[in-house]
Design a protein around this ligand. Structure first.
Ligand code: GRF
Length: 209
């Protein structure tokens, strides 16, 4: 089976990126990491890419805080295309993507978010869940669209909120779940890609998991 070429975008510590790399290394994820890009020069995710021998790049984001400058987003599209990336995996990427990326990689960009969307989009969702008095929370993998933590939901994992949970303990348990859920969803994409590559026409332009 042909392996799915993925590109990972992240701004921070990269624990999801590491979980994905470990699953690839252990042989149970039929993906191939072609590129890691970060908008933060000293983001640990770039060190993780180096540790696993994956091509990586810092992309200076430009003058905006929550998005990439349009020309820079075009540059990102080019970098991913040049690297042969078929699925773009957001792993803690703190910028909202716009038309250049969304058009170039339609239904090929996924994100993981630490809540049961549509509940608690945005920052520190585990804290939001605690403050709201929820008894259950979790994480969501979804397609990326032009809205923050929106887009069609692909999979969710749930955990109980314990009476003595602090924001830190809850976040840590959600991350353990993320590290299982994200590779599992990517594995589904790999399967589709492997099957599609054996058919005339290859990877379909539009499909739903
Ligand atoms: C994760 O909690 C993810 O849900 C959110 O950003 C965080 C990234 O963590 N989108 P890491 O950099 O993968 O450790």
């Amino acid at each position: 089976m042909k392996r799915l070429p993925i590109g990972i975008l992240g701004s921070g510590k990269g624990s999801n990126c590491r979980a994905i790399f470990e699953r690839i290394r252990s042989g149970d994820l039929a993906a191939e990491a072609h590129l890691v890009v970060s908008d933060v020069l000293d983001a640990p995710i770039l060190d993780i890419a180096r540790e696993f021998g994956v091509t990586n790049a810092y992309l200076p984001p430009g003058r905006f805080r929550t998005r990439l400058e349009p020309e820079i987003e075009e540059q990102l599209v080019q970098m991913l295309r040049d690297a042969g990336v078929e699925l773009v995996v957001l792993a803690g990427f703190m910028r909202v993507l716009h038309e250049p990326m969304l058009k170039a990689f339609r239904r090929r960009i996924i994100n993981i978010h630490p809540s049961l969307l549509p509940k608690f989009p945005g920052l520190e969702s585990w804290k939001q869940a605690l403050v709201a008095g929820e008894t259950v929370t979790g994480c969501t993998v979804h397609y990326v669209d032009e809205r923050i933590d929106h887009g069609q939901i692909l999979a969710q994992g749930e955990i109980r909120i314990l009476p003595n949970d602090t924001p830190e303990s809850l976040h840590a348990r959600i991350q353990v779940l993320e590290h299982k859920l994200y590779p599992a969803v990517i594995a589904e994409f790999c399967e589709r890609y492997g099957e599609a590559s054996q058919q005339v026409g290859g990877w379909p332009d539009k499909w739903v998991l």
